[in-house]
Every structure is written in structure tokens, then in C-alpha cells.
Design a protein around this ligand. Structure first.
Ligand code: G6P
Length: 543
């Protein structure tokens, strides 16, 4: 069943009528996300093929406006996809939409999100690069029935404003669609771009090791791709570098994700890669999300190198290369991380907002106003380096770790992941950490017809007032998102979710008891908002 109401069937024309509002609802920050296939009750299809055609044609129109090519040149757009079961269907629809808008289509097949951005930068006429624009068909770690798009030009990923513009254009294009349908493109070019992208990663590690052909010889590294698109990393990156990859798991693409969610923030996923490392007595484990823009690692003792630890590790590597530089992170990073970056590593920690695009854009902005920054990274496992064109690339983060292993071995420091573990030595970790997500009921009368955002802002304002009147609670002096407060040896941050009608609450404390005290401070404010579902917090504070 389609989400959209059907227009009255006059003569033979049955194009479901879809208004602009329904198109705009497909926006998810700087991505487009929707339900691509039937199968989950209560989740009707919101991204059918014809809507996809319209979105692709709208991207082409947007790109033509930006690039203004002269009449003799046709623009080229590359398309790639992750392992989702709707990938082929959407790739065909995207190709028809681009072709109808007069743009050349180059299909890469199974690919990673960072590879797609990279194709706008690669200079190689034989493979039609650089392309003018690129589309990745993915819904990251979301369930199997979802899908969506990320768009790139050589200036980076498109932002919120551009996505809204594209969806508005798509709604107009869709209105003019006829029952006849768009033709299949006359000529689609197919390129094995992942071969190019992976050989760049291999070259980067070889270079860092002082041009050794197999700098990872003697290392045993297991990869867990969670049946997403990241399986290439074992056979196309690690093995040519000499590493043993036996025991790697879930490398085959399978859009039903039968083993675990491909998501380095997911507990089960991290447990799966940790088990693989320990069972195989491997030196290192590497895990990716579905489209490989996020990653995490596990050391040989089974210690997870994700979230704050991964940021600490990457900061140590980047600050060795660029002493004193600023590390930009998302807002839910720990106080211990700030101390580590500033006191141990001698850098500056700029704790900004949640959202990978927000941290990357902030790092670029800092550089433009004279503050040097080389790393923008989120606890989610998204990370981008200046040296890599600010490409949001989970595989490149792992390449930086491999460089470290390879150069340690080359300089006689031996194999194993100790060189990485040693780099995070001294990072203070909280005794207790939790994230609770408090939902706002958008249909509740207390919203009085207003938006969930306005309601969430009112909760935050009320909490802010309570904090101001309590001497035990100390507001963070610099804060870019929500209300962050230190007390009882720990901290909490209550903020609005980037996309959902939710107020995520992060609490870290020396122990659960102190974390509960922080939770109670939030609860005293939250209780007064009947549309806010505080049940998770109620449960948490009942020790
Ligand atoms: O605000 P939240 O609901 O916690 O979501 C925040 C997250 O949203 C998306 O997944 C983005 O890709 C991440 O970069 C961001 O961190």
C-alpha cells in the first residue's frame, strides 16, 4: 500500500497524487530516507519508484543550476548502493530520473558512501571521473524496509537547505509525470569504482609504512561488515597489505541483515566483533556500518575502541601529526575525553553539536577563521580528516589505525594492537554511562497545536531555569546544543534529537547512584510536561 492517496482514476491515468508535504517528510537532516518496500506493518511505502525518479530528476536539475555546463557538455552522475534488498529497484529508478533530466548515468553497483563522494574528486578520464555529482542509495543502519539517498558534489555532501530544495523540485516534477512512465536510459555506463577507491586506501597504508608492499604481514585482522557494503575491506584492502583476515564475518552483502545490525553503536554488533577477535586470537577487529561511513575497532584483548575511545585514539594519532590542533566532536562526548585531548595530548577539544555534517562543517569553518583543525569526529563512528578532503569515511579512519600498526612494525616495535591501546592510555572513563531517549507525543493536547520542536525547546528552557536556581548544578560554560550540566562528579546533556520527536538524555557519573541524582534533576523539570514520555527516566531513577 502507498502512503499517498490515489487520485480519482480518470480514464487510464492512475498516478497517485502526492503533495509537497509528503515529499518534504522524506527529509532526514542532510539525507533523504523513506520506506522503500512493504513488509512491516504500519509502515507504508513512502519511497516508491516514481517518487525516486522525481527525486533523481530534481537532483539533476539542481546540479545543472549549480554547474551551468555549456551546451556541448553533459553532466555525469555516479550512482552506488549498499546491500539493501530494494537497492536494485531504486538504482533503476534513479537512473531513469537522471536520464530523463539529460544527465549521463554511471552505475557503480555495490559501493560505500565515502567512495561515492570520492568519485567527484578522482581525476581519471578512463572511468569518467571526476563525476559532477554522485548519489548513494542507503539508509545506513535502519531496518531492511527503509532506503534513501545521500548526494555529493566535489564540494562535499549536500546540506539540509539543498535537500529541501531538491524535494520541493521533486514534488513539482512529479506533478507532471504521466502514466506512460520514463524510459530506461539508452546507455548506462558501469564502472568498478570500488577497485579504484580501495587501491587508494591500500596506497595510503603503503606510503605511511615507507613504501613497503605488505606492511601488515604478520597481523591478523578480522572484519565484521554486518552484511552491509563493507566486506571489501578484508579482501581488497587488508589482504593486499599482507594481513591475515580469517575469521572475518558477515562480509557477504545481505539486505535482510540476518546476523546483527551493521552499526558500531549497537551493543550486539560490538559484542559480535569482540567475540570474533577473541575466538580467532586476532590482533585487531574492525566493524563498519552498512554504507561504511562509520566504523569502530576492537583491540586484541577484546577492548572496544568505539565512541569516546575511538575519538581519543584518532585524536592521539592526529595530534602527533599536527601538535596543538583542534579536535571537533559531537555534543555527547565525555568530560574525560576533553581532559585527555587537552591535558594529555595538548590539543583543544571543541565539543560542538550532534550530526556528522555539523561537526565537519564546523571544522571547515574553524580553519576558515584561522583555527587549525584536522579532525571532525562523532561518537557514532562518523569521522573526517582534513588530509582526506573532509570525506566522512569510516574506512579511512581504520586506514589511520592500520598506518599506525604498519609503521610500528616497520620501526621494529613489533606486531599486535598494543601500539593503539597505548595511545588511549590515561583516558578517564566514567564508572557509569547511559543514554535515555524521551519521546514527545506529537498528538498530545499539551502541544496546543505547536511543533514538537517548540515543545522540546520549552522543556529545555524550563530545565535551564531549574538548573540556574540550584547551586549544586553547574551549567557548561560553553555549550552549543541542549542543556549540559556538571554535578555529583558527572554530567548530563538533554537536547533535541536531530530528526525525531525525542529528547535524548545522556548521563555519565562515577557510579549509578550519582548518575541517578543527575537523572532526578532532569526529571523534576520533565515531569511538568505531560506530552513528554518520561517512563525510561522514571525507571532509571528507581534504584
Ligand atoms: O539526534 P539523534 O536522534 O541522536 O541522531 C543523531 C545522529 O543522526 C544521524 O544518524 C546522523 O547520521 C548522525 O551523524 C547523528 O549523530
Amino acid at each position: 500500500m502507498d502512503l499517498f492517496s490515489c487520485a480519482a482514476a480518470s480514464s487510464a491515468t492512475i498516478i497517485p497524487s502526492i503533495d509537497k508535504g509528503a515529499f518534504l517528510k522524506l527529509q532526514n537532516g542532510s539525507d533523504i530516507r523513506g520506506v522503500a518496500i512493504d513488509g512491516v506493518e504500519g509502515e507504508p511505502v513512502s519511497l516508491p519508484e516514481r517518487v525516486t525518479e522525481a527525486i533523481a530528476a530534481a537532483f539533476a536539475a539542481w546540479l545543472l543550476d549549480r554547474k551551468k555546463p555549456d551546451a556541448s557538455r553533459r553532466l555525469k552522475v555516479s550512482i552506488g548502493h549498499d546491500s539493501r534488498i530494494s537497492a536494485q529497484k531504486l538504482q533503476d529508478a534513479v537512473s531513469r530520473g537522471l536520464d530523463a533530466a539529460g544527465v549521463d548515468v554511471i552505475q557503480y553497483g555495490l559501493a560505500s558512501t565515502p567512495a561515492m563522494f570520492n568519485s567527484t574528486l578522482t581525476k581519471n578520464k578512463d572511468i569518467f571521473c571526476p563525476v559532477d555529482g554522485s548519489i548513494m542509495i542507503t539508509a545506513s543502519h535502519l531496518p531492511y524496509n527503509r532506503n534513501g539517498f545521500k548526494f555529493f558534489t566535489n564540494a562535499g555532501g549536500l546540506g539540509k537547505v539543498d535537500i529541501k530544495d531538491i524535494l520541493e523540485r521533486a514534488a513539482d516534477i512529479y506533478k507532471n509525470f504521466t502514466e506512460e512512465g520514463l524510459r530506461d536510459p539508452q546507455s548506462v555506463k558501469r564502472v568498478d569504482y570500488m577497485a579504484v577507491y580501495t587501491s587508494d586506501l591500500v596506497a595510503a597504508v603503503r606510503k605511511a609504512s615507507g613504501d613497503i608492499e605488505k606492511p601488515l604481514e604478520g597481523f591478523h585482522i578480522v572484519v565484521d561488515a554486518g552484511n552491509g557494503a563493507g566486506g571489501f575491506f578484508a579482501g581488497k584492502v587488508l589482504e593486499p597489505l599482507g594481513a591475515i583476515t580469517s575469521g572475518s564475518q558477515f562480509l557477504e552483502p545481505d539486505g535482510t541483515f540476518p546476523n546483527h545490525i551493521p552499526n558500531p553503536e549497537d551493543k550486539e554488533a560490538m559484542e559480535a566483533i569482540t567475540r570474533a577477535v577473541l575466538d580467532n586470537k586476532a590482533d585487531l577487529g574492525i566493524i563498519f556500518d552498512t554504507d561504511v561511513d562509520r566504523s569502530a575497532a576492537v583491540d586484541s584483548s577484546g577492548r572496544e575502541l568505539n565512541r569516546n575511545r575511538l575519538i581519543a585514539l584518532m585524536s592521539a594519532i592526529v595530534l602527533e601529526e599536527h601538535p596543538g590542533t583542534t579536535i571537533v566532536t559531537d555534543s555527547v562526548t565525555s568530560d574525560g575525553l576533553t581532559t585527555f585531548i587537552e591535558k594529555k595530548l595538548g590539543g583543544r577539544h571543541h565539543r560542538f553539536k550532534r550530526g556528522y555534517k555539523n561537526v565537519i562543517d564546523e571544522a571547515i569553518r574553524l580553519n576558515s577563521v584561522g583555527e587549525e583543525s584536522h579532525l571532525a569526529i562523532e561518537t557514532s563512528g562518523h569521522g573526517a580528516l582534513k588530509e582526506n578532503n573532509w570525506l566522512d569515511d569510516g574506512a579511512y579512519l581504520m586506514v589511520k589505525l592500520l598506518n599506525k600498526l604498519a609503521s610500528a612494525k616497520a620501526s621494529g616495535l613489533g606486531a599486535g594492537s598494543k601500539v593503539l591501546t597505548d595511545l588511549v592510555e590515561g583516558l578517564e572513563e566514567p564508572g557509569f554511562a547511559v543514554e535515555l531517549r524521551l519521546k514527545i507525543d506529537q498528538n498530545h493536547a499539551d502541544l496546543k497545536g505547536g511543533s514538537f520542536r517548540a515543545y522540546g525547546e520549552a522543556v529545555l528552557q524550563h530545565l535551564s531555569n531549574i538548573v540556574d536556581s540550584d547551586p549544586k548544578l553547574e551549567k557548561a560554560p560553553v555549550n552549543y546544543e541542549g542543556i549540559r550540566v556538571s554535578a555529583f562528579g558527572g554530567w548530563f546533556l538533554l537536547r533535541l534529537s536531530l530528526h525525531d520527536p525525542v529528547l535524548p538524555l545522556n548521563i555519565e557519573g562515577p557510579n549509578k547512584e550519582d548518575a541517578v541524582k543527575l537523572g532526578l534533576a532532569v526529571l523534576s523539570a520533565a515531569r511538568e510536561f505531560p506530552a513528554l514520555d518520561t517512563s525510561a527516566l522514571d525507571k532509571f531513577v528507581q534504584v
